[in-house]
Design a protein around this ligand. Structure first.
Ligand code: COA
Length: 259
């Protein structure tokens, strides 16, 4: 249940990468619930179809890998033709697996850097031509890993730190066109693929929660509410900002459930 007025985003078009599941699917559902047309992009066609059904309305799905610039641009072009200029762009597709630096190959490290950093660049770079100017709100999804190092997550820490600086740079370059670029930084979030990988048992979940200052995981809805706020007129003068929605885990440095 959202805390915002209905139809807050009526007439807007939201394009969401990583929108087939997890945090970004909940954001896509929230945008639709507030009256936006929604386009989502994901790698797995079956998951994509399920997600589109769950969003309902005129939602459209595009199957592509964010590491492939041309495929992302093609999806954005089709979405633009179907729903018009993009008012809301969420760059959320991300990769993760727990492994020590010495337990992953250079290609394993590269896979996460490519999905997160290159994928965010590709999404924003290819979307620019289709964004509403002025007025578009671009949001990248980071993680508290960007602020505090976490063992077994060298690839994700490096990637998310890169994503945050990338978005801040775009905020500088695209601000004069009236495009706002911000970052949402979740901490441990319940019922996500990330947590299933990083805290796969009840004991591991308890260990994570004990390390978070607010002593619980966040919810996908809390993150979706933050995204709705950042895309609303209430945030019209906010750009280049990092919004931690992490229960304080970014300042405390939460642990993984596993070691
Ligand atoms: N430990 C160590 N290395 C791993 C690994 C693990 N658990 N999982 C994957 N890798 C390595 C692979 O071995 C491969 O390296 P290699 O070629 O040297 O063997 C490399 O990562 C790429 O793997 P591949 O399966 O070819 O690539 P991919 O493009 O499908 O990416 C993931 C793999 C794991 C990064 C990606 O599928 C993913 O992140 N999926 C989960 C999504 C998710 O959790 N989302 C929420 C993010 S918070």
């Amino acid at each position: 249940m959202s805390i915002f007025q209905p139809n807050l985003l009526a007439g807007k078009h939201a394009f969401v990468t990583g929108g087939s599941s997890g945090i970004c699917l909940t954001m896509a559902q929230a945008f639709a619930a507030h009256g936006a047309s929604v386009s989502i992009l994901g790698r797995n066609p079956e998951k994509l179809e399920e997600a589109v059904k769950s969003i309902g309305g005129t939602a459209t799905g595009y199957s592509a890998d964010v590491r492939q610039y041309d495929a992302v641009e093609n999806a954005l072009r089709q979405a633009h033709e179907a729903h018009g200029p993009i008012d809301i762009l969420i760059a959320g597709a991300a990769g993760n697996f727990p492994a020590p630096a010495l337990g992953m190959s250079a290609n394993g490290f590269k896979a996460v850097i490519d999905i997160d950093v290159l994928g965010t660049f590709n999404t924003c770079r290819a979307a620019h031509q289709f964004l509403r100017k002025p007025g578009a709100s671009v949001i990248a999804i980071s993680a508290s890993h960007a602020h505090t190092p976490i063992p077994l997550q060298s690839h994700v820490c490096a990637a998310k730190a890169g994503v945050e600086l990338l978005l801040k740079t775009l905020a500088l370059e695209w601000g004069p066109e009236g495009i706002r670029c911000n970052i949402i930084t979740p901490g441990p979030t319940a019922d996500t693929e990330g947590m299933r990988r990083l805290a796969p048992t009840l004991e591991a979940v308890a260990k994570v929660e004990a390390s978070v200052p607010l002593r619980r995981q966040g919810t996908k809805q809390e993150l979706a509410d933050l995204a709705v706020f950042l895309c609303s007129p209430a945030a019209s003068y906010i750009t280049g900002s990092v919004y931690n929605c992490d229960g304080g885990s970014g300042i405390a440095g939460h642990t993984l459930g596993i070691s």
